[in-house]
Design a protein around this ligand. Structure first.
Ligand code: PLP
Length: 370
């Protein structure tokens, strides 16, 4: 007899990115621009710290809140940059931090504003926590404005989720846009959860502004996955007011227990590792793709992260992506990140040859879809 699963299961679909990534893995001769995994390996000094930690037997449980050396170094580094927060929790990636933050701030039935397009976890984690995601349409420019947020606020609204720089759009918010969010959060008593996992990947010498430079009670989640190429090591952190971190730490005790001990030792080295060269490489790739596609595709030039989110010629992104996949170019339809099906995402964490071939395929397809 097949036994029933929870009702929750029926409300959550498996990730659409993973579906296409799995097809890409089965076609190693194709061009995989599906997943946002940095294409550089963990830099050697960071690896060495991890290896040293394993050899020294640093392989047991550690404090739920994170090892003191890492906590202290991160707090000093972040506060030195002007970020305002009371406490920090070391988490299992930014994703772990986001999940714990949502558990801490919403109750069943609460509404959470999610800017559309959005990263795949945002709405699903809200649902996993019993909340209701409310999508805020930011097309066509993906800018943040009071006019787009206000109509969605109800007495049940409890939090706003911000992603800066954004996946899938690559949008980087200005201090003025972040102040709009801070102001609305104060006016309506809403928590802000800001995912800043791409904070190091900001292009054109634009200074990155964190939500916690603008609001002293925001929850900011970030981590080392993207900046140190260690997506599999699962290490991140969250900063927030003390009472929120206390609540998140309690949930961490009963779920993840603690973040990866070895990765925490490595992260102490990672904090000092300069990735300017990697970011410059990503900026050059952004330029290559943008310049190569701009005559045939309508899109906003990304200011950060490693994604381009063009409009699909003809307006049906699923159909366009299907045609691209037939040519073994793996990209993701926009409805994986959106209530709309009009755009598609290209991850440019790939080499120049793959990007050149991708530009040729996409331009070749464009005329057939107009
Ligand atoms: C916006 C965003 N947040 C979080 C994550 C996952 O980060 P982590 O590996 O630190 O959990 C990703 C990964 O693609 C992402 O794009």
């Amino acid at each position: 007899m097949k036994k029933d699963l929870s009702r929750r299961v029926t409300e959550i679909l498996p990730s659409g990115i993973r579906r296409i990534f799995d097809i890409a893995c089965a076609n190693p001769d194709g061009i995989d621009l599906s997943i946002g995994d940095p294409d550089f390996d963990v830099p050697y000094p960071i690896k060495k710290s991890a290896i040293r930690a394993i050899d020294a037997g640093f392989n047991s449980y550690v404090s739920t809140r994170g090892i003191p050396e890492l906590r202290e170094k991160l707090i000093a580094r972040l506060q030195g940059k002007g970020l305002q927060f009371e406490d920090i929790l070391i988490t299992a990636g930014a994703t772990g931090g986001y999940y714990l933050a949502m558990l801490a701030v919403i109750s069943p039935g609460d509404e959470v504003l999610v800017l559309d397009p959005y990263f795949v976890s945002y709405a699903n984690v809200v649902i996993m926590c019993g909340g209701k995601p409310v999508f805020v349409d930011t097309y066509p420019d993906f800018d943040l404005s009071e006019a787009c947020l206000l109509p969605h606020i109800t007495p049940k609204t409890k939090a706003i989720v911000i992603n800066n720089p954004g996946n899938p759009t690559g949008v980087v918010y200005s201090a003025d846009e972040l102040k709009i969010v801070a102001d609305i959060s104060n006016r309506f008593g809403l928590h802000i959860i800001s995912d800043e996992v791409y904070d190091k990947f900001v292009f054109d010498n634009v200074p990155f502004v964190s939500m916690s430079e603008v609001a002293d009670d925001a929850v900011v989640v970030s981590g080392f996955s993207k900046s140190s190429g260690m997506t599999g090591w699962r290490l991140g952190y969250a900063t927030a007011p003390k009472h929120i971190i206390d609540a998140m730490a309690t949930f961490q005790q009963y779920s993840y227990v603690c973040a990866n001990s070895v990765a925490q030792k490595a992260a102490i080295t990672a904090i000092d590792f300069d990735i300017t060269e990697y970011v410059a490489r990503y900026q050059a790739r952004r330029d290559k793709l943008y310049e190569g596609l701009k005559d045939n595709f309508s899109m906003r030039k990304p200011g950060g992260a490693f994604y381009l989110f063009p409009k699909a010629p003809g307006g049906d992104a699923e159909a366009f992506v299907k045609a691209a996949i037939q040519q073994k170019l793996f990209i993701i339809p926009g409805n994986v990140f959106s209530e709309k099906n009009t755009h598609f995402r290209i991850a440019f964490s790939a080499g120049d040859d793959d990007l050149d071939r991708a530009v040729d395929i996409l331009n070749g397809l464009a005329s057939g879809f107009r």
